[in-house]
Write a protein that binds this ligand. Structure first.
Ligand SMILES: [Zn+2]
Length: 51
């Protein structure tokens, strides 16, 4: 009776929703994932620095 939980949230950089993936399907890793891709993560980091 338990349905699979598909987690998703908007990317903190581009705003596009993305879903849980294998590589971050660990216990608490999902909470730490903010970006849909490494590219967005890098861009966000660069934007932070130059801001
Ligand atoms: Zn993104």
């Amino acid at each position: 009776m338990s349905r699979p939980e598909v987690r998703s949230k908007p990317c903190a950089y581009c705003g596009r929703p993305f879903t849980d993936r294998k590589r971050w399907s660990g216990r608490d890793q999902w909470d730490q994932v903010l970006y849909c891709s490494r590219g967005c993560r890098a861009k966000a980091a660069a934007a932070r620095r130059s801001a």
